[in-house]
Design a protein around this ligand. Sequence first.
Ligand code: XIL
Length: 389
Amino acid sequence: MRIRHPLLVVALATAALTATPAAAFATTGGHPPVGSGTTIHDTQPSLRILAQRSGLRVGAAVNMDLYGSDATYTAIVNQQFSTVSPENVMKWQLVEPTQGTYDWAPADRLVAGARAAHQLVRGHTLVWHNQLPSWLSTDGVTTSFTPQQVRDLLHKHVTDEVTHFKGQIWQWDVVNEAFADDGTPRQDIFYQAYQALGMNGTDYIADAFRWAHEADPRALLFYNDYNLEFTGAKSNAVYAFVQQLQAQGVPIDGVGFQGHLDTQYGFPDLQNNLTRFAALGLKVALTEVDVRTFVQPDPANPGAYTDIPLTPALQATQQSYWTQLLQACLAVRQCLSFTAWGVDDGHSWIPGVFHGEGAGLLFDPSYHPKPQYQELRKVLLTTHAPRRS
Ligand code: XIL
């Protein structure tokens, strides 16, 4: 069933939320099934349809090893989300594995798929100290190129990548994670090169925005980082820095709040931070949301973990964090999109990076929607908060 009329959507969705007996999903651990047979889309309006009421785009980072080959994964991406981000395939390491030889194929596939599914694309990411090609740097801080060469390579990279995708990217994460948690600029190869050239180390950031704007004047250009959700040294430093960029006439349109939260920390004063950045005349977005928690060890596999939260209380905290993240975005009219960093817990970056933690996403490894997913639907159903653009 395809639903287009917004009022009908709301009526049906309300009915689905209130009238569906929990017992109906007993065989799928309490989650409505997705995949073979019934899909979520057949039984209840998707996140993307519900979010449309407020003009909000909901998104997911897409793993190109699954997209197009795993039918259930692909169906969820297309049915549930109205914007997509490449989880990896637009990063410098992936697009230029050998100096001078580009591989655009996986990213092109995502862009084409997004167009077919009426989705917008968040380009992620042009300049980052991580996932640089090994010919340029293996550890993000050392390179064999001279400072001038690094600047020239950066110029070429930004220009070539933005030009390749010109007209097809809604928001570009132009620069990612340029500040440390203590608010000092990260001294990566770009920072060091610019300092060695007698400039401010952070001048590479202004350059990257200017070059990106020259290559695609219509794309929205974002600075993207984590821990901006919390007021503190880092958020304050970025807040001051983006004002400097604006004062210099640098074409920055927005700031991306990654939103990688963890239940062991308190919920951030996110809405305050979204509001103060938006008050600078910037768009904001939640760009990489996941809410990780400690998970149960796998009894059959010593040293390995399941995707089940350690306690019901932690699961409840996760749900509450997802709800509050979305509510904060909806409360700020300049918050254009809300993107989850992946689809399902079986393909999340969390277990590989945060020992003993996981269960951060909206779908379980069998692609069943988790309670967090239902929470987001409820928030979208009960909130009508139009965006500014
Ligand atoms: C992660 C991907 O999810 C992993 O697959 C990859 O191995 C490393 O990068 N902040 C970012 C993202 O901006 O690009 C990172 O993505 C997660 C943290």
